[in-house]
Ligand binder design. Structure first.
Ligand SMILES: O=P(O)(O)OC[C@H]1O[C@H](OP(=O)(O)OP(=O)(O)O)[C@H](O)[C@@H]1O
Ligand SMILES: O=C(O)c1cc(=O)[nH]c(=O)[nH]1
Ligand SMILES: [Mg+2]
Length: 193
């Protein structure tokens, strides 16, 4: 899938939002990629996951035992990647503030895991998820996401395969451009403030 085809899927889903957004990291942005709107169409989600799976090197793709994703945003993205790769898909939650596998999800010792996110901005959520998979006994062999909006700055410590890289600005909360400061901010994600 080309970048234009991927962006067309986001546009068709009304997933390219404009306004004033508080991101998971606390950074602010005039743009938000609402992957939940993309994934609300299961066939669109499956198409995008198939396209992403096809970009993985074949030896890596064939070696993956499981997909593990951080909730909430990663849940459906990870499930579709599990389907595309033909492996189980599990998710991490943080009811106590730190990601953990719950609901009977478990990894065999040394299981080769693909960590799947919806969006990567600073990479913090991805790094926290990768650490949690390690604590659960898995070995993260690669990370993937639908969108990388880090501008190439996110270092996840493992090979990283985003479906698309999108350049969008982010600002510290105390350094907003006037046009952003003039709009009320909303926080679409679920990380506790
Ligand atoms: O790379 P980062 O700076 O960590 O930002 C990206 C993260 O932010 C969003 O999650 P969020 O914490 O908003 O919660 P959600 O997944 O429950 O929506 C998104 O789903 C990623 O997990
Ligand atoms: O950084 C985030 O929290 C974030 C940015 C974005 O564009 N979309 C999203 O779901 N989360
Ligand atoms: Mg998330």
């Amino acid at each position: 899938m080309t970048d234009d085809e991927i962006l067309a899927e986001f546009r068709a889903a009304d997933a390219l939002l404009e306004g004033h957004f508080i991101l998971s990291s606390g950074l602010r942005s005039p743009r938000y990629l609402q992957c939940a709107r993309v994934l609300m169409d299961p066939r669109r989600g499956a198409r995008l996951a198939e396209a992403l799976a096809a970009t993985l090197p074949a030896d890596l793709r064939d070696s993956i035992d499981a997909v593990v994703s951080p909730a909430m945003g990663g849940v459906i993205a990870g499930h579709e990647m599990g389907r595309a790769l033909g492996v189980p898909a599990m998710f991490l939650e943080r009811p106590e503030g730190v990601f953990e596998l719950r609901r009977g999800f478990r990894l065999d010792a040394g299981a080769r895991v693909l960590m799947m996110e919806d969006v990567v901005t600073t990479g913090l959520s991805s790094r926290e998820a990768i650490a949690a998979i390690g604590r659960a006994g898995g070995t993260v062999v690669a990370a993937a996401s639908l969108v990388d909006r880090s501008g190439g700055t996110a270092d996840l410590g493992v090979p990283f395969f985003p479906l698309i890289r999108i350049d969008v600005p982010t600002y510290e909360a105390d350094a907003l451009p006037p046009e952003l400061a003039a709009i009320p901010a909303i926080k679409p994600g679920s990380r506790a403030a």
